[in-house]
Design a protein around this ligand. Structure first.
Ligand code: PGA
Length: 249
């Protein structure tokens, strides 16, 4: 299982960042649990070591630049992150999309990430559910916009994170129900089968994110064929992060 800890902008104190990393190190690698820390960029510089063989934790950036380098003040390129030793890049998070990021931008970022050897964690998810199930069509087009233009080799490297926006930033009680998650994961694999031949869609890693907390992580993990979680608020607190990690080992 993959547990991606998306700190968002919750962590701004060095001491807190250090305790979260120390907590993650206690569980990383146990029973095949891969823990991925996605802190804000300064903390990547602080924690990531180039020697991945010695490191039990993996790291992700929360976003990457659309720029590949040069005169682009303030931008953090895929190349800079990859050279530091970062392994994953979260791309297309709904909070970035809400700031105006388009599918075209997201596609470029995915291509930049792949070109530098970063594994993209591509976030998709509907804003709300409507009775006519238009949201299914919406998800289909979100996936198509990224997968269609990519080469088969590129497509096979993407991790999809299903994060319905209506479930983000709430509590376990407001999160998706295991049965609904199961249905959505089947649906996403069906769409992916248009782009990934053979067993590709069945093997594609899919994560769930949206109010995953210690109280619901186990039932969600048991109820659907997912490979892990992308967790926000509950991963930015040592006690609840520990609860999440313990539930998965
Ligand atoms: P949340 O955020 O766990 O706070 O709902 C998840 C996410 O947006 O990645």
């Amino acid at each position: 299982m993959l547990l991606v800890s998306n700190w968002k902008a919750y962590v701004s104190e060095v001491a807190k960042a250090k305790s979260l990393v120390a907590a993650a190190k206690r569980y990383a690698g146990k029973n095949d649990l891969e823990i991925v820390i996605a802190p804000s960029a300064p903390y990547l510089g602080m924690f990531v070591t180039k020697n991945r063989a010695k490191e039990t934790l993996s790291y992700a950036s929360q976003d990457i630049s659309i720029s590949t380098g040069g005169a682009a003040t303030g931008e953090i390129t895929a190349g800079a992150l990859a050279n530091l030793g970062v392994k994953y890049a979260i791309i297309g998070h709904s909070e970035r999309r809400a700031m105006g990021e388009s599918d075209e931008t997201i596609l470029l970022k995915v291509q930049h990430a792949l070109a530098q050897g970063l594994t993209p964690i591509l976030c998709i998810g509907e804003r709300e559910r409507d009775q006519d199930a238009m949201y299914l069509q919406f998800l289909r087009s979100q996936i198509a916009a990224i997968f269609e233009p990519l080469t088969p080799k590129e497509r096979a490297q993407i991790i999809v994170a299903y994060e319905p926006i209506w479930a983000i930033g709430k509590s376990a009680a407001d999160s998706i129900q295991p049965h609904d998650l199961q249905e959505m994961v089947l649906y996403i694999r069906k769409i992916l089968s248009n782009y990934l031949p053979g067993a590709g869609a069945n093997n594609a890693p899919i994560l769930y994110g949206g109010s995953v907390e210690p109280a619901n992580i186990r039932v969600l993990a048991a109820g659907a064929e997912i490979q892990g979680f992308l967790v926000g608020h509950a991963s930015a607190d040592v006690a609840s992060f520990t609860g999440l990690a313990k539930a998965l080992i």
